[in-house]
Design a binder for this molecule. Structure first.
Ligand SMILES: *Cc1c(COP(=O)(O)O)cnc(C)c1O
Length: 434
């Protein structure tokens, strides 16, 4: 039955969805070489799946936890238990996991603003942080920034080879340095993404210079790509978005902060109000999606990782520069492919859009997005608006015309999207032969 499917109707179905035999075969040829790596990813998913289930069992998640509260949300057993589950998964004293945290930037801003006081200094030892944090910190002038509250900022850039500037970091730490922010994923930069082990080394180094400094990790896109998280190697706080990895594609909104009790408490008093903290904040009807999303997150992340590795190998073989390259270990789910021409970038994004379950019939176009100095093209046909754990791609229309590709709720869908992108590149004449 399976062989019949594979040889016969699978082909036909792909063909009926616009994938030529040639593209399909090219994909299969690429996949042949990835069997071992995919097996390793499956093992990672197995480990993380057990970790999540164990946390849910240890915290005695019950049917009652799936019911929400309204109004003030006092005694919200589902919300409080979910926070225990997160703390257990990340091996931390405490957690704040809320739909009232609107996105990743909000979660990061909350963690920073609640743990820094006027006169303190924030240090980034890994170069420029994610774009949206520039306004939070006040690197770009902005209302309500940390800078406006008298909190200063220092940055130590990575060395040319992408490694930490140990001496520069040592020199940058002084008595005002209160909090260090470390971004795990490269985001939209070309530096490598850090492994949890590398982050651990950096934290140990910083703590050896100043033991009481708070080390925070921006964990966006990194969750469940490894068997350990930054909180396992000394991070005092880890912060992320629920419409990326840990929401498993089901969470419709939300962010999390896990870490030391005091750090999380500070964040809770800032999110709600002094005196109220974690005690208020109704969960309304989001809890089933938060629980089930976390339950699915290890396998969803594994599917996205397979998609990233497949895309890297496919396009690398065709002669394009890909970051990271097809062979390296992964610490996040983002894949960059440099097309060198606007046509290539646009064709890739069109292919991803045409593969979507939602809005597959629309054609993405470059537009002038606020805050960017060039036009940007985005492909996303997602169940949750803006969700980037779902199959999505985007890139600025400027050299090197790199597309940033991520997500895929299932590996099978990521595969289809990547084949569709290749097909579109061929149909548009961006790639002449495979
Ligand atoms: C996505 C992301 C953010 C910000 O998250 P939003 O939900 O888009 O606000 C911050 N840092 C990194 C590394 C990210 O990938």
């Amino acid at each position: 039955m399976y062989n019949e499917l594979k040889e016969g109707s699978m082909h036909q179905l792909y063909e009926s969805m616009g994938i030529s035999d040639k593209v399909y075969q090219y994909g299969e040829k690429t996949l042949e070489k990835l069997k071992n790596r995919f097996a390793q990813i499956d093992q990672m998913a197995e480990f993380n799946q057990l970790k999540v289930v164990k946390a849910m069992q240890d915290c005695r998640v019950s049917e009652a936890c799936l019911l929400g509260t309204t109004g003030y949300g006092y005694n919200d057993i589902g919300r409080d238990t979910l926070e225990e589950v997160y703390a257990s998964v990340f091996h931390t004293e405490s957690a704040l996991v809320r739909p009232q945290i609107t996105c990743g930037t909000h979660a990061l801003a909350l963690a920073l603003m609640s743990n820094l006081r006027p006169g303190d200094e924030l240090l980034s030892p890994v170069g420029k942080p994610y774009d949206t944090l520039e306004e939070v910190i006040g690197i770009r002038e902005s209302k309500g920034s940390l800078k406006e509250y008298g909190i200063s900022y220092k940055q130590v850039d990575l060395l040319a080879d992408g490694s930490f500037d140990w001496e520069g970091i040592k020199a940058a730490i002084h008595e005002k340095t209160k909090l260090v922010t470390i971004q795990r994923s490269k985001g939209y930069q070309t530096r490598p993404t850090f492994s949890v082990a590398q982050i651990g080394k950096l934290i140990s180094f910083i703590k050896s210079i100043k033991p009481d400094v708070i080390c925070m990790v921006d964990n966006c896109y990194g969750e469940f790509t490894e068997a350990i998280e930054p909180t396992d190697v000394g991070a005092d706080m880890c912060v992320g978005s629920l419409i990326k990895n840990p929401g498993g594609g089901l969470a419709p909104i939300g962010g999390y902060i896990v870490g030391k009790k005091e750090c999380v408490e500070n964040a809770a008093y800032r999110l709600t109000s002094p005196g109220l903290g974690k005690e208020v904040g109704a969960s309304l009807s989001v809890l089933p999606s938060f629980y089930q999303g976390l339950f699915l997150a290890p396998t969803v992340t594994a599917g996205a990782l397979k998609g990233a590795i497949f895309a890297a190998n496919l396009y690398e073989n065709l002669g394009f520069k890909v970051v990271p390259d097809g062979s390296v270990d992964r610490h996040d789910i983002i894949q960059a492919i440099e097309f060198g021409t606007p046509e290539g970038l646009i064709a890739f994004c069109e292919g991803i859009q045409y593969a979507a379950p939602v809005d597959s019939f629309v054609t993405p176009e470059p537009w002038d997005m606020p805050g960017y100095d060039s036009q940007v093209i985005m492909a996303a046909g997602a169940f949750v608006s803006g969700s980037s754990i779902e199959l999505s791609a985007d890139g600025p229309l400027k050299p090197p015309y790199a597309v940033y590709f991520q997500g895929g709720l299932t590996w099978q869908h990521a595969k289809f999207g990547i084949l569709k992108s290749l097909q579109r590149c061929i149909d548009r004449g961006v790639i002449s032969d495979i």
